[in-house]
Design a protein around this ligand. Structure first.
Ligand SMILES: NC(=O)c1ccc[n+]([C@@H]2O[C@H](COP(=O)([O-])OP(=O)(O)OC[C@H]3O[C@@H](n4cnc5c(N)ncnc54)[C@H](OP(=O)(O)O)[C@@H]3O)[C@@H](O)[C@H]2O)c1
Length: 290
């Protein structure tokens, strides 16, 4: 029987742990503040921000959403971020991507105070992560690691193959798994669109992580028997009844027949990402409180 890596359950456990610590910290320093900046009307971004806000309320944090027009200039957006950087009540700042074309994302990422960069996108925090001394663990990659850890899947010494090299998922996940320690120490291969004979590489994985952004891309011929499969993908596809549904990058029905463990979509990595973001915000507030 395949083990289902239940992200809803693991994320609920993490939120409960964060909630306890938020209450303790709140007694002396007030609740941690998490602000999401959303520029324009992208529907997926609206949903993500709503879920982050809901999670923050559940754990006793003080969420705030700053909604800015899609026509905002880069200078005005930076001015808004500087205002948030300077606020004593705000411990975590998220700038929801994608940003409109007149805005340079890299400049915006650099304008967030690294001590409030709970997404771990700022080059200073990325550098610390790659040097093996992370200040914040990036939310989706650490969600993947935590999902494995809470399901008692050993990582140390095992061969992990990640398909996808984005700055949000693939690269920082590789950095996390390469660290020294019980929940790391993996042998990591990162694949991308130019990888030759991808199935040959993915089949040798003890743990295969799919972060491609293509519905059902990973078929059972790409997975070794008994592998652990973590699906990061979120793809909206027609549901055959005139509506749409969310599916992952892995062909779940086929792959779950040969894998030892697999994360579902939805209900796998998605909820873990938000839980880890809340954990980072707690960490930021603790650093501030000394
Ligand atoms: N669950 C969550 O909380 C969460 C968080 C973030 C993202 N996601 C989802 O995860 C997926 C990936 O997101 P992302 O931001 O990392 O995407 P991305 O920036 O588009 O990166 C996709 C990666 O997949 C690689 N790729 C594309 N086609 C390929 C192919 N045919 N063979 C091998 N590699 C291929 C690309 O290679 P190249 O670099 O060569 O182009 C790239 O490295 C998306 O579905 C996204 O919605 C989920």
């Amino acid at each position: 029987m395949v083990l289902i890596l239940d992200g809803k359950k693991a994320a609920a456990e993490i939120r409960a742990e964060v909630k306890t610590e938020v209450a303790r910290l709140g007694r002396s320093h007030g609740p941690p503040g998490l602000v999401a900046v959303i520029v324009g009307e992208d529907p997926a971004s609206q949903t993500y921000v709503k879920n982050k806000e809901k999670g923050a309320i559940e754990v006793g944090m003080r969420p705030e959403v700053v909604r800015l027009p899609g026509s905002i200039s880069q200078a005005d957006l930076i001015a808004e971020i500087r205002r948030l950087n300077a606020s004593d009540n705000i411990h975590g700042i998220l700038v929801q991507q994608p940003l409109p074309p007149q805005i340079d994302e890299a400049t915006i990422v650099r304008s967030v105070d690294p001590m409030k960069d709970v997404d771990c996108f700022h080059p200073e925090n990325v550098g610390l992560l790659f040097q093996g001394h992370p200040r914040f663990a990036p939310a989706t990659p650490s969600g993947v690691v935590e999902l494995l850890r809470r399901n008692r899947i050993p990582i140390s010494g095992r061969e992990v193959v990640i398909v996808g090299r984005s700055n949000i998922v693939g690269r920082p996940l590789a950095a996390l798994l390469l660290q020294k320690g019980e929940t790391a120490d993996a042998t990591v291969t990162v694949c991308h669109s130019k990888t030759k004979d991808l199935p040959l590489v993915t089949r040798r994985a003890d743990i295969l992580v799919a972060a491609i952004g293509k519905a059902h891309f990973i078929k059972n011929g790409m997975v070794g028997e008994g592998a652990v499969v973590v699906d990061v993908g979120i793809n909206r596809v027609p549901d055959g009844a005139g509506g749409s549904k969310i599916v992952g990058d892995v062909d779940f029905d086929a792959v779950s027949k040969i894998a030892a463990a697999i994360s579902p979509v939805p209900g796998g990595v998605g909820p873990m990402t938000i839980a880890m973001l809340l954990k980072n915000t707690l960490h930021a507030a603790k650093m501030r409180s000394g």
